[in-house]
Design a protein around this ligand. Structure first.
Ligand SMILES: [Zn+2]
Ligand SMILES: [Zn+2]
Length: 355
């Protein structure tokens, strides 16, 4: 009896020591032993991300059904046979169109979907539902506060959705993945309102941000980006996107916070390898214009938020982004500084531009 309690004491003392070394409760040595890879797969217009860790494959979204060959050739190249968890962020075809085909071609052990889903049903959602039923796949519904297990040393926490919406994008699952000191934030297609409400509630600081909604102008709010402080931003987007994704001003805005911006339409599949401490990136590097793999000088600390300047092309007056008197989107011109605006003949709106 006495012997056992002494041993227990010893074990808990060692555990205490280990957790003191690493704030995340994962012994650093263990996290280091096992590499974790996150690949933002080039699936044209859409999103599909593969996480590989300790022999487990977790797939977040599948891209469009029509682009399935791109996903399949990547999975086959990585010798993926089974998928331990297929997480579908929301029910839009550019995220789940290929889900039934993944179930057909691979051993999918579990499917994770959002707890809150809009009512809409279409052919692709029905095909997916049927594939789950026919193959008797375990399905888990998650919402803010849920945890998703991969394997010891890598944890996933769900931060959204927290309530039901009729818009599929707003029901997107938002996940933060932690591996030792490295963190990844996956945002589905959430909009700026949800982004801001999340950073008001939670600390979502992350090394890698999958930019929400393919770089849409209705997402990537200033407040959100300034809180996430991602060193790397990744935009999953296809060439010549019909919605104009990513918005140019979003790419510029990301540059205020991120040192590197990757886009799957230009950089191809982007892979991050984490050893729990250092992050290594592999991507096709292209330098043919301003928004490719790009080093943006400065750090968030010396890029104050008022720096995003919005000019009115008609009145030639420029505003800071938080002004209550901004021009309509179609009349806007974005600048990185007041000086840049002035050099093009714009003058400051005295009510909002701080000097
Ligand atoms: Zn989408
Ligand atoms: Zn969507």
């Amino acid at each position: 009896m006495k012997k056992i309690s002494v041993r227990l004491l010893l074990v808990s003392f060692v555990l205490l020591l280990l957790s003191a070394v690493n704030p995340y409760g994962t012994p650093a040595s263990e996290a280091k032993k096992q590499m974790l890879n996150v690949s933002f797969i080039d699936v044209g217009q859409g999103s599909a991300t593969l996480i590989q860790y300790k022999g487990k494959n977790v797939l977040i979204d599948t891209g469009e059904e029509t682009e399935y060959n791109k996903l399949k050739s990547f999975l086959d190249e990585k010798k993926v046979k089974s998928i331990s968890n297929m997480i579908i962020t929301h029910n839009d075809s550019d995220h789940m169109g290929g889900a039934d085909l993944v179930i057909r071609d691979y051993k999918v052990k579990k499917v994770t979907r959002a707890k809150y889903q809009e009512k809409k049903k279409n052919k692709q959602i029905t095909e997916f539902d049927n594939a789950i039923k026919d193959n008797k796949i375990k399905t888990k519904k998650v919402k803010a506060g849920s945890k998703i297990k991969i394997a010891a040393g890598a944890q996933m926490t769900v931060y959204s959705p927290s309530k039901k919406s009729d818009e599929s994008n707003k029901n997107s699952i938002v996940i933060r993945l932690l591996h030792g000191d490295n963190s990844f934030l996956f945002t589905g297609d959430i909009d700026a309102n949800i982004e801001n409400s999340l950073v008001e509630k939670y600390n979502l600081e992350s090394d890698v941000l999958q930019v929400a909604h393919h770089g849409s102008g209705y997402s990537s709010a200033m407040l959100f980006l300034s809180k996430v402080k991602a060193k790397y931003s990744v935009i999953s987007v296809g060439e010549g996107n019909s919605y104009g994704h990513p918005a140019d001003f979003v790419v510029k805005r990301l540059g205020n916070f991120s040192d590197y911006i990757y886009r799957t339409d230009r950089n191809g599949t982007v892979t991050f390898a984490s050893d729990g401490n250092v992050l290594n990136v592999t991507a096709k590097e292209t330098y043919n214009d301003d928004v490719n793999v790009q080093k943006v000088p400065g750090t968030p600390a010396d890029n104050n938020i008022g720096r995003n300047i919005i000019g009115n092309v008609n009145s030639k007056v420029y505003h800071s982004e938080d002004c209550g008197n901004l021009p309509y989107e179609k009349n806007r011109k974005y600048f990185n500084s007041g000086e840049a605006a002035e050099s093009e003949g714009y003058r400051a709106h005295s009510a909002c531009v701080r000097r």
